[in-house]
Design a protein around this ligand. Structure first.
Ligand code: BG6
Length: 479
């Protein structure tokens, strides 16, 4: 056992999930089709592809997730047993607006989340809610072009307003778009599995399309912040940034400059969310690369008035870059610029494991944005083995979480970072977002289901369950 620091009184400990990765019930309760419903299964080596035809015989793991839709009462009880004081989840947009463009919301979907939130509250757990966690109604992608279309901003803000009005007595902390900045690598792996719902047209400049869609999402998010505050001034609305700090590979000044350029490219989303305006470097970058983004004066006013209340972020790993002579302008390309860091180990899926990077990133964000922060994802995707007696000895997961919590606590206690809470990924096993696998397990609770959705879906407690229970009980003092 490692000795940690006690966290401040009222610190929120919990766990996280996302609707499409756990709920299943993809056609229950009047739910419509979301982009997650048309993502086929992939694997470590085979990328997921979208298949809107929903062909028979293909595997769509998000259709069943881990059947949280029918198991949530049991799951929330297990969360309470671990001692959670909060639980991060997302609302499936298509349960509320099945196609996204309806005039009125779907009452059955609203009632479902009422019951989920009530169950949490009855168990002493405060729900923390993301509005769009890699989800958008499929119709808004196919017929409206996703966030390349300003009408979709109105559909999103209407969805947000319906949720704030309905749940403001039950949910205090909200986030708008999960990992909004992950679309900087959007042109490569899995285009649909992003909140922006962009599909590239032939010959289109992907970067311009990405910046335009991201702009409209930033505007939609800032509007949502203002709507929430108008409905209930006690609501706290955050952004959600995928934080993976990018180091210079060496102290060579060109490497350091390259890393700085990579960081500002990846985290300008956070600048706009927190500071309410575009950084000057980006306007210059657009001009130099002949990128045209439609930013109106009205948009600028909305961004300014809709700065987020806190910074929600995920942290899994760090990255590194080096200067390359064939890229003298140091243009950062998310999919190709990164190089392995020889100082950190990697998971079975190749993710670099770097606990100190969490402390570094927290200090970086605190200095840059000066907002309270919330770690809403941090975890280790790994193969788990179930023993004959049903136990799962996931000491690798315990080590990962323990090492990261230790650094998180140092960032708070030693460095003075402001942190609201910590919700590791994931509270319970989920379907992996990038690969669609079940066997890339993250949960503190094991779910008996395989990659094809076969199994009893029975829940059981992993060793990490009991370990985390004690972390919460000691408020972080025993890791
Ligand atoms: C984050 C996402 O990117 O990382 C989660 O917000 C996701 O939805 C998590 O599950 C881990 O990534 P993956 O691809 O291993 O599931």
């Amino acid at each position: 056992m490692t000795k940690g620091y006690k966290m401040p009184e009222g610190f929120l400990w919990g766990g996280a999930t996302a609707a499409h990765q756990v709920e299943g019930g993809w056609q229950e309760g009047g739910k419509g089709l979301s982009i997650a419903d048309v993502m086929r299964a992939g694997s470590k080596d085979v990328k997921r592809v979208e298949d809107p035809a929903v062909l028979d015989g293909q595997i769509y793991p998000n259709h069943w997730g881990v059947e949280f839709y029918s198991h949530y009462k049991e799951d929330i009880k297990l969360f309470a047993e671990m001692g959670f004081s909060c639980f991060r989840l997302s609302i499936a947009w298509t349960r509320i607006f099945p196609n996204g463009d309806e005039a009125t919301p779907n009452e059955e979907g609203l009632a479902f989340y009422d019951d989920v939130f009530d169950t949490c509250l009855a168990n002493g757990i405060q729900p923390i809610v993301t509005l769009s966690h890699f989800e958008i109604p499929l119709k808004l992608v196919q017929e409206y072009g996703g966030f390349r279309n300003r009408q979709v901003v109105d559909f999103f803000t209407k969805f947000a307003e319906v949720c704030f009005r309905r749940y403001h007595d039950k949910v205090k902390y909200w986030m708008t778009f999960n990992e909004i900045n992950n679309q900087t690598n959007w042109h490569d792996p899995h285009p649909l599995l992003q909140n922006s719902g962009l599909i590239l047209e032939d010959g289109e400049n992907w970067e311009e399309a990405m910046f335009q869609a991201a702009h409209l999402e930033l505007v939609a998010s800032a509007q949502a912040v203002q709507i929430a505050h108008a409905i209930d001034p006690t609501l706290q609305v955050g952004d959600m940034i995928a934080m993976s700090p990018i180091y210079p590979l060496t102290a060579k000044p060109q490497d350091v400059m390259m890393a700085e350029r990579a960081m500002r490219y990846r985290y300008y989303f956070g600048d706009v969310h927190a500071l309410g305006e575009y950084p000057a470097w980006l306007l210059n970058y657009w001009a130099k690369r002949d990128i045209h983004v439609d930013v109106t004066e009205a948009d600028e006013a909305i961004l300014k008035a809709g700065a987020v209340d806190y910074v929600g972020f995920s942290y899994y790993n760090s990255g590194a870059v080096e200067y390359k002579a064939d890229n003298p302008d140091m243009v950062y390309d998310e999919s190709n610029s990164q190089v392995p860091n020889p100082y950190v180990p990697r998971s079975d899926w190749g993710w670099q494991i770097d606990p100190v990077g969490l402390r570094y990133a927290m200090n970086w964000m605190q200095a840059r944005w000066n907002k309270p922060m919330f770690i809403v994802e941090n975890g280790f995707g790994a193969y788990d083995t179930v023993e004959a007696d049903g136990s799962v000895h996931d000491d690798y997961r315990i080590k990962y979480l323990s090492d990261h919590i230790e650094q998180m606590e140092k960032a708070v206690v030693e460095d003075g970072c402001q942190l609201i809470g910590y919700t590791p990924w994931s509270a319970i096993d989920i379907v992996s977002a990038s690969t669609g696998e079940m066997k890339k397990r993250y949960g503190l609770i094991f779910v008996d289901a395989d990659d094809a959705g076969q199994g009893s879906f029975k829940r059981s407690r992993k060793d990490s369950f009991y370990w985390y229970q004690n972390v919460i009980k000691t408020n972080g003092a025993e890791l």
